[in-house]
Ligand binder design. Structure first.
Ligand code: A2P
Length: 257
């Protein structure tokens, strides 16, 4: 059996000239946990050209959804950005990734910190009822350069709290904090800077973070991950993995190079 299967594109949404998302059919044998990624791509001159993409869609959905940047000379995204409804893409049969709540110690609050397309794995996580069972509050922070790059705002703010099954949990436990760095907006600043600011936690209505109560999942560029981890470690938090659950876990957001 091939490592990939062919999925049909069901919808495409262009958020900006740098950002788009799309949905595809899902093979029923393809299983994943919230927060995981799969290899997806296109057949280019007879060869599969694949990159890691986190699933935006919740693990129980019958479709898959992905969020992607558009890199003009990127081997995959320069092509992928032109996909149309009815086209086929390749999806790897195996999902993997470290952004799993079982890699974290139990705690009161779960922070999901993402920049750019680093939001993607957190979209599946905030649609997972099990995550709401484990934490008192889920705090989703999405950092972007510009306001129009804050993808899925409407789904997070308007649709999820009205969701038939999740709505009550979302309304009670999910705090969404979008932040922008290159234009005026109600929230501004980079994530590591926010973590060091009292005003940020006051706005969220929670105590400043500590190793006893707070857990973190991070997804962004290598620089964002490094700077954020530096702040967490300075406060005594330690990274978790499959064999040793910890205070935080990280995943690099996808780049097409
Ligand atoms: P900034 O505008 O100050 O560079 P990008 O599109 O380049 O991936 O950036 C997405 C968001 O991540 C932007 O708001 C950007 O802020 C921010 N960012 C870039 N580098 C870092 C970093 N080292 N730590 C935290 N946030 C960062």
């Amino acid at each position: 059996m091939s490592n990939f299967y062919s999925a049909e594109v069901l919808s495409v949404h262009h958020w900006t000239d740098r950002l788009f998302s799309f949905t595809t059919t899902r093979e029923s044998s393809f299983r994943y946990q919230s927060g995981q990624f799969a290899m997806i791509g296109l057949d280019v001159e007879g060869k599969p050209l694949m990159r890691a993409y986190s699933m935006v869609s919740p693990h129980y959905d019958d479709q898959l959804e992905f969020l992607s940047i558009k890199v003009p000379d990127g081997p995959l995204t320069s092509r992928l950005q032109n996909i149309q409804v009815g086209d086929s893409i390749l999806v790897g049969r195996k999902a993997s990734g470290t952004l799993l709540s079982q890699n974290l110690l139990s705690g009161k609050r779960l922070y999901l910190l993402g920049t750019g397309t680093g939001l993607a794995p957190f979209m599946s996580i905030i649609q997972d009822p099990d995550v709401y069972e484990k934490f008192e509050k889920i705090i989703l922070v999405h950092g972007c350069r510009h306001v129009h790059e804050l993808a899925y705002q409407q789904r997070i703010v308007d649709e999820l709290p009205q969701h038939e099954l999740l709505g009550e949990m979302v309304a009670d436990k999910l705090i969404y904090y979008p932040t922008v760095t290159r234009e005026p907006f109600r929230n501004q600043g980079r994530i590591p800077v926010l973590l060091e600011s009292e005003a940020f936690f006051e706005q969220l209505g929670v105590p400043a973070f500590d190793a006893a109560d707070d857990r973190f999942m991070l997804c962004g560029s290598p620089a964002m991950l490094k700077d954020t981890v530096d702040v967490l470690e300075a406060h005594g938090l330690a990274e978790g993995n499959m064999s040793h659950p910890g205070h935080y876990v990280i995943e690099r957001a996808f780049v097409d190079k």
